[in-house]
Design a protein around this ligand. Sequence first.
Ligand code: SAM
Length: 321
Amino acid sequence: MLQSVSATETALPPSDLRAPASPKAPAPGVQTPQSGPARATSARATTPAVVQKPLPEPTWRSADNRARLYKGDSLEILERVPAESVDVIFADPPYFLSNGGSTCRAGKRTSVDKGAWDKSNGVEENHAFNHRWLSACQRALKPNGTMWVSGTGHVIYSVGYAMQQLGFKMLNEIVWEKPNPPPNLSCRYFTHATETLLWAAKSRKSRHVFNYDRMREMNDGKQMKTVWRLTAPGQKEKLLGRHPTQKPLALLERLLLASCPDNAQVLDPFNGSGTTGVAAVTLGHSYMGIDLEQEYIDLTQARLLDAVPSLRERPALQVVR
Ligand SMILES: C[S@@+](CC[C@H](N)C(=O)[O-])C[C@H]1O[C@@H](n2cnc3c(N)ncnc32)[C@H](O)[C@@H]1O
């Protein structure tokens, strides 16, 4: 029988995502000579302090600060996210798939070229990259935080192996089944009709959030299974612009509904068109997204403001007496 485990922590307000600079209270994960044991050896005493750089100014933020987008390399920006500050991470990393193959789009054969970010650097380097960003995400997660990673066979085995190497607690493996997949033009393979989502908690000790009742309610009173049948995003979700690997909003809504505490801090290190952000903010959470491409930051901003117009408004000032 599955159990509902509720979080004991609440989300940090966005301003708390900056690393505190006070020498008296170093941010979690920051080591200073003062924070080390008193019996430091002379070699240790001369070791320079490892100070975590604060987060840079976001490329865009909503007026109420609930949504923040960063243009840049997630490996660099994740290092600057304060340790243990995020409740839920969703990541849809590069598939390492754009290497001259072909696929079927709108009934026509086209080359698979999703962008420079999707080129493979070989199995070893791809795995080293996955290990690095997963480790950075693990540091950013709260002790009871969880993360979701979606992918196809090109990347998901490496992701799962890296998660095991890093000591994540594997919770579930979800199969997202697409009822309307594009046909396989070569007729030499089965039609690819699924993607995998791995759901894992930060560590073996984590007491993760699972909103069991909500999931059962969404599944007509029966326990939600690990096969989710959802259509790929249609034109309605692409009215403000296109992204080659856009995920359906319904997928992100379901996984956030399943795993977020109230007022969660949600992060996506491979933001793309911002589907995670739209789902997170619509459900009342705060969001931080990172992407290399300005084009996708702009698209996300447009989608967020379209979905949640109140993001334009500053919260009313409160009079403190
Ligand atoms: C698979 S797509 C994500 C799509 C997204 N889930 C959506 O619904 O639109 C991956 C995204 O990660 C970005 N990206 C790739 N490598 C990156 C890196 N090192 N740092 C930040 N963003 C990166 C790409 O520009 C691309 O938009």
